[in-house]
Design a protein around this ligand. Structure first.
Ligand SMILES: [Cu+2]
Length: 641
C-alpha cells in the first residue's frame, strides 16, 4: 500500500506537469487579454459554474479610482512582553494582543472605515514564532462582540484552538497556549466565533502567524524586507465609508474592492532582485487566480516554495496560482530582469463561483527599481527533506458539502447548530484516514479546512480532474472543492486527542452552517497521560476570564504560565515522544514507550491512564471523560459543547 500511494502521487504529479505546461504567455496589465487566455484551453485553474466568465456587474461600492496610488501596508511584528522560565529550564514567551475597534482610511474621499482588529489594526500584528519555543498569547477582548481566536495551521490542544462556541466576551481575556513545535510554516490567526466568523474576519480580525525553524533559516531564502506577507481580500463599502456585509442570501460575499494587507489595489516598490511572498487568501468568499504580468503581457515565472504546512521538498515552477479562502502559498519571484518596469498582479475572472465586478481582475502593482546587487543566490533545489508519502489509511470516510433543503449549508446533512449530531466522526488517535470530500447539492465552491492535521491531497475527480503541481507538492490544511469536484485527502489524526472542527472556509457558508467536528478519542491502554485532559474545547479551566488588572502584573502572568505549563498540554515540548509512543501503540507496545517520564506507566496493565488524571478537579474530569465515550453521532450538549 505504501508503494501504491507513492505510485499514485507520482502519476498525478507528472500528469499535472503535462497539462500545465501548455499555458502560454498572454495577457496585459489591464487584464483583458489575460482574462480570455484563462477562459480557453486546459489550463484554467477552475470551472466557472456555467456563468459567462467575462460578465461583470457594476460597482456596488462607491467607485474606487486610486489604483496603485497608495503603498502596500506591512503589519508590524509583535514583540513578546516577557518570558517565563520554569524550574526545569523550560521557557515560554508571553504576548498580549488586544482586540479593539479602530478606523482606517480606505477611500481617500470618504470618512474613515470603522473596523475591529487585533491591537487595533488590520491585518493584526504578525506573530513570529521560533520552532520549539512555546508561547502563551493573551488575547484581550476590548472589541464590540464575542471573540474566539483560531491559529489556523497549528496543532493546538482543543481548548486553545478557537472552538466556535468557546467565546470570550467583551471585557474578558483568554490565554491561548501554543506549542510552536511544527516545521516552519506560514499560518494565520483569525476569529472563529460561531455564526459570526465571516463578519468578524471581514471587519479586520485576522493576522499572520509565522513559524520558523533553523533548517528554513539556513536556506538563504529572501529575508527581512525581501520576505513579504500579502493577505488578499475583497470587500464592499457604503458611501459613508463603512463596510457592507451582504452575504447574498448566504451564497457568498465576493466583494468588488480588492485589498492587499487591507489597502485597495496598492503598489509596492521592489528592487530588481528575488522576493519571497507569503500569499494568504483572507477573503470571505472570493477565490483568486493570480498571475504576475508585465505591461507587455508577459507572465512572469516564479517558484512556489511552500503551501499551508510549510516548505516543499523542491520548488515548483509556475506562472499562475489558484488561491481559495484560507489557503497559503509561498513563492519566490525574481524581478532582476524587470528593472524600471511595472509588474501587475492580476486575477482571473469567472473563477469558482465568484461574481465579478469592474476591477476584480486586478490585485496590486510591483514597481521595480534598480537592483540591490544582491541576487539572493537563487532558490535551492532542495528546500526540505519532508516525508511526502503517507502509509496506507486505516479508514476511508466520505463527507459531502452541500446545501440542505432548508437552505443552510451542511456537511453530510449536518451543521454546527445541530448540536446533537455535529461530531461526525471519531478517528482513532495516531491513525491515518482517507477522507473523500465531495461538492454536493446547491452549487457553491467550498475550500475545506480540517483542524489539527496536515493532509496530503491524493486525487481530485470531477471539475478540474487533477491536482495542480503546487497543490500536491506539500502538506495542506485547506483544499479547494470547486463545482462538481471530489477530493481525496489523507491525514494522520495526531498528535492529540480532542474535539476539533472541520468546515468550509467560505465564511458565509461556515456561518450558515457548514461547520462540524470530529473527535479524536483518548486511547485505552495508552501510556501517555496529561495531568489535565484537553479533550473538551470548552474545558472551564481554560475559558476566558473577566478582565482584572491584578492578573496583568509580571508576577501574576508568570504564575499563570507556570500553571498552564503544569497542565502539560504539549508533553513538555517533547512531541516527538508523543509520536513515538503513538507508533509504539499502533504496534501493540502501548506501555513500553510512554513519552513523558513524569507520567509514564512503568509496567503493563489495562487501565487507561487518562481515566485517572492527577491533580485535576473532579467535576470537569468526569464530564470530559464522559464526553469521550459518547457514541458516534450522539450529542454533547450536556457537556458544554
Ligand atoms: Cu462552502
Amino acid at each position: 500500500m505504501h508503494f501504491l500511494l507513492l505510485f499514485k502521487l507520482a502519476c498525478l504529479s507528472s500528469f499535472s506537469v503535462s497539462v500545465f505546461a501548455q499555458r502560454g504567455r498572454v495577457g496585459s496589465s489591464d487584464g483583458s487579454k489575460a482574462d480570455q487566455s484563462r477562459v480557453i484551453g486546459l489550463t484554467r485553474p477552475s470551472p466557472t459554474d456555467g456563468r459567462n466568465p467575462l460578465e461583470t456587474q457594476g460597482w456596488i461600492s462607491p467607485e474606487y479610482k486610486w489604483f496603485y496610488e497608495y503603498p502596500l501596508p506591512l503589519p508590524p511584528t509583535k514583540s513578546k512582553k516577557q518570558t517565563w522560565t520554569g524550574d526545569d529550564g523550560a521557557e515560554i514567551d508571553y504576548y498580549e494582543v488586544e482586540l479593539k475597534s479602530f478606523s482606517k482610511q480606505i477611500y481617500p474621499d470618504l470618512p474613515a472605515t470603522p473596523m475591529v482588529g487585533y491591537d487595533g489594526m488590520a491585518p493584526g500584528p504578525t506573530l513570529v514564532m521560533q520552532q520549539n519555543r512555546e508561547a502563551v498569547v493573551r488575547f484581550i477582548n476590548n472589541g464590540p462582540s464575542n471573540m474566539s481566536v483560531h491559529v489556523h495551521g497549528q496543532y493546538n490542544r482543543s481548548p486553545f484552538d478557537g472552538w466556535a462556541s468557546d467565546m470570550t466576551s467583551p471585557g474578558q481575556y483568554k490565554d491561548y497556549y501554543y506549542p510552536n513545535a511544527q516545521n516552519a510554516r506560514t499560518i494565520w490567526y483569525h476569529d472563529h466565533t460561531e455564526f459570526a466568523s465571516g463578519e468578524h474576519a471581514y471587519r479586520g480580525e485576522e493576522g499572520y502567524y509565522i513559524l520558523t525553524d533553523p533548517e528554513e533559516q539556513a536556506l538563504g531564502l529572501p529575508s527581512g524586507q525581501y520576505d513579504v506577507t500579502l493577505a488578499i481580500a475583497a470587500k464592499i463599502y457604503r458611501s459613508d465609508g463603512s463596510l457592507y456585509y451582504d452575504s447574498n442570501h448566504d451564497a457568498g460575499l465576493w466583494g468588488d474592492v480588492i485589498l492587499v494587507n487591507e489597502q485597495p489595489w496598492p503598489y509596492f516598490n521592489v528592487e530588481a532582485r528575488p522576493y519571497r511572498f507569503r500569499l494568504l487568501n483572507g477573503a470571505v468568499s472570493r477565490t483568486f487566480d493570480l498571475t504576475f504580468n508585465t505591461d507587455d503581457g508577459e507572465m512572469l515565472p516564479f517558484d512556489v516554495i511552500g503551501s499551508d504546512c510549510g516548505l516543499f521538498n523542491s520548488p515548483v515552477n509556475s506562472t499562475f496560482i489558484a488561491l481559495s479562502m484560507g489557503e497559503r502559498y509561498e513563492l519566490v519571484i525574481d524581478f532582476s530582469n524587470y528593472r524600471n518596469q511595472n509588474i501587475t498582479l492580476l486575477n482571473g475572472r469567472g473563477i469558482g463561483d465568484n461574481v465579478d465586478y469592474p476591477a476584480t481582475n486586478r490585485i496590486m502593482r510591483f514597481i521595480v527599481g534598480e537592483g540591490s546587487g544582491d541576487s539572493g543566490g537563487g532558490v535551492p533545489q532542495t528546500l526540505r527533506n519532508n516525508e511526502q508519502v503517507a502509509p496506507a489509511a486505516s479508514n476511508a470516510k466520505d463527507f459531502t458539502f452541500g446545501r440542505g433543503q432548508g437552505g443552510s449549508w451542511e456537511i453530510n446533512g449536518v451543521g454546527f447548530r445541530d448540536v446533537e449530531n455535529r461530531i461526525l466522526t471519531k478517528p482513532e488517535r495516531g491513525t491515518y484516514e482517507t477522507w473523500e470530500l465531495s461538492n454536493g447539492a446547491g452549487g457553491g465552491t467550498h475550500p475545506v479546512h480540517i483542524h489539527l492535521v496536515d493532509f496530503k491531497i491524493i486525487s481530485r475527480t470531477g471539475g478540474r480532474n487533477e491536482v495542480a503541481d503546487y497543490e500536491g507538492a506539500g502538506w495542506k490544511d485547506v483544499v479547494w472543492l470547486a463545482a462538481g469536484e471530489s477530493v481525496q485527502v489523507i491525514a494522520r489524526y495526531a498528535p492529540w486527542d480532542g474535539i476539533y472542527m472541520f468546515h468550509c472556509h467560505n465564511l458565509v457558508h461556515e456561518d450558515h452552517d457548514m461547520l462540524v467536528a470530529f473527535s479524536v478519542p483518548n486511547l485505552e491502554k495508552w501510556g501517555y497521560t496529561n495531568s489535565t485532559l484537553f479533550i473538551d474545547p470548552n474545558q472551564p479551566e481554560f475559558k476566558g476570564k473577566d478582565f482584572n488588572s491584578d492578573d496583568f502584573t509580571e508576577e501574576a502572568i508568570n504564575s499563570k504560565i507556570a500553571w498552564l505549563y503544569s497542565t502539560n498540554p504539549y508533553n513538555k515540548g517533547n512531541i516527538a515522544g508523543v509520536y513515538s509512543a503513538l507508533d509504539a501503540y499502533s504496534q501493540g507496545q502501548y506501555w513500553t514507550q510512554a513519552p513523558d517520564g513524569d507520567h509514564a506507566q512503568p509496567t503493563g496493565g489495562d487501565q487507561s491512564a487518562d481515566s485517572t488524571p492527577t491533580g485535576s478537579p473532579s467535576a470537569w474530569t468526569t464530564l470530559v471523560s464522559s464526553a469521550t465515550q459518547v457514541p458516534e453521532s450522539s450529542g454533547l450538549s450536556g457537556y458544554g459543547l
